[in-house]
Design a protein around this ligand. Structure first.
Ligand code: TRP
Length: 445
């Protein structure tokens, strides 16, 4: 059977943007920026996106398009008999780990959507949105049911193949999400105390730069948000033919993703300060702050419906790309049907997610890394360690295993001045920066 492919370059762009724009832009960006002091973090994040993220996005997509295979198969095909393919297995592991906790948070988003749809959250629950969130996430089965439901939806979409469903959903809901966020940003800016939030986000407080963890957090956020380092973008690139040019497409995807993150920052931080919520309250920020804003808005309940619907859909289009990594591998390497591959991988992810979910409640005392609960530890290991390592391996592959000529050809940059800049970034600058940031996070630099 012929390998699947996108219907058009636009289809690829939409799917890749759908992969990039997700919970990472709204939920994760806002709490990581909040924990790391705001403005100075934003600048480090933007530098990471421009100097490392976007060049590596082009690296990742071009490897996949050249090899026309999954993350393990691509390395095997382009470097037969060499150990590079091990990085592919590493990517599969990381994608399972990420989707394990991602789908739990996406399940919360489903739950919020449901509660707005029924009008339950139109008015603040008696105990307040914060405690309502707490009591939901700390129960045993409720969050697991929503997590399972989210995985079922993800599996069903992946089951139906590359072309069907994903492209259409992205076409409708990505613009909807953009419009909603802009409306919300306008409202947020009109709140008393908005200026303080804008200062927090845009006025760098350079003193936070003395904290070594800020750098690794900015780098990890850039990788997470751009869906880099596990082979998701490689797999998506493998469904693209060489007649479609990559540099403009990857640059567009990177810029769109960054815009979505900044706009969600403008939605969230003015409101955080207006409602005197601590910006460093962590992963719960979006699920407590936004409902409070909606509660103050005319027709806010309806906005809540649309917002959490859009957030859920943004999460689905991202989770689909994560599930596609093991699925595409199993279909080729184990000759499984798409159906079987999607169901088995989805089940493994569901089980991983149970740990993340229970870590909010009964297992709250389990803190694998520092003070981080299970979910935050999974996120920390995956985003701050696996993703940058995976991305660095791809950079080394294209920068050192390929000849310069092959690298530039694979990326559609032959004979352009930009090509040499990109190649220099990929061969030297990005790997060196990643190593420095790592050593520094370990306190060795
Ligand atoms: N980028 C997505 C987000 O911001 C999440 C995501 C999808 C992802 N695919 C990925 C993260 C691959 C890392 C690797 O929500």
């Amino acid at each position: 059977m012929a390998r699947e492919s996108w219907a058009s370059k636009l289809g690829f762009m939409l799917a890749a943007m759908g992969s990039a724009v997700g919970l990472g832009n709204i939920w994760r960006f806002s709490y990581v920026a909040g924990e790391n002091g705001g403005g100075a973090f934003l600048i480090l994040y933007l530098i990471s996106v421009l100097v490392i993220g976007i060049p590596l996005l082009l690296v990742e997509v071009s490897i996949g398009r050249k090899a026309q295979s999954d993350v393990v198969g691509s390395y095997e095909k382009l470097a037969p008999g060499k150990p590079w393919y091990l990085a592919g297995f590493f990517g599969i592991g990381a994608s399972l780990l990420i989707l394990g906790f991602y789908s739990v948070v996406a399940g919360w988003s489903f739950y919020y959507f449901w509660n707005y749809l029924n009008g339950f959250f139109f008015n603040e629950p008696q105990e307040g949105y914060g405690p309502a969130f707490e009591s939901f996430t700390t129960t045993l089965t409720q969050p697991l049911i929503w997590h399972g439901l989210f995985m079922v939806v993800t599996i069903l979409i992946v089951l139906s193949g590359v072309k069907k469903g994903i492209e259409l959903a992205n076409k409708i809901f990505m613009p909807l999400l953009a419009i909603l966020l802009i409306i919300l940003a306008g409202f947020s800016l009109s709140l008393d105390g908005a200026a303080e939030g804008m200062r927090f986000l845009f006025q760098p407080d350079w003193s936070v730069l003395s904290d070594p963890t800020v750098y690794i957090s900015a780098l990890g956020q850039a990788f997470f948000s751009l869906s880099l380092g596990v082979g998701a973008m490689m797999t998506y690139g493998s469904y693209l033919s060489s007649s479609h040019k990559l540099p403009g497409a990857t640059f567009g995807i990177g810029i769109m993703d960054t815009l979505f993150a900044i706009i969600s920052g403008v939605v969230i931080f003015p409101a955080v300060f207006a409602f005197s919520i601590e910006p460093d309250s962590g992963p719960v920020l979006v699920f407590i702050t936004l409902p409070s804003i909606f509660n103050q808005m005319p027709f806010g309940g309806y906005v809540g419906i649309l917002f959490f619907l859009s957030l859920s859909l943004a999460a689905i289009s991202s989770s689909v790309s994560l599930l596609e990594v093991p699925v595409s591998y199993l279909m080729r390497a184990a000759s499984w049907t798409r159906r079987k591959a999607a169901m088995v991988s989805g089940l493994i992810i569901f089980i991983l997610g149970i740990g993340a979910s229970l870590g909010m409640g009964v297992l709250a005392g389990v803190t694998p890394i520092g003070e981080n609960n299970i979910m935050d530890s999974m996120d920390y290991i995956a985003s701050n360690i696996f993703l940058p390592l995976g991305g660095m391996t791809m950079a080394l592959f294209v920068g050192w295993h390929f000849t310069k000529r092959t690298a530039l050809e694979a990326a559609d940059l032959s004979g352009t001045g930009l090509g040499s800049v990109w190649y220099g970034l990929v061969r030297y600058i990005a790997p060196i920066l990643i190593v420095i940031i790592f050593l520094q996070a370990l306190g060795l630099f």
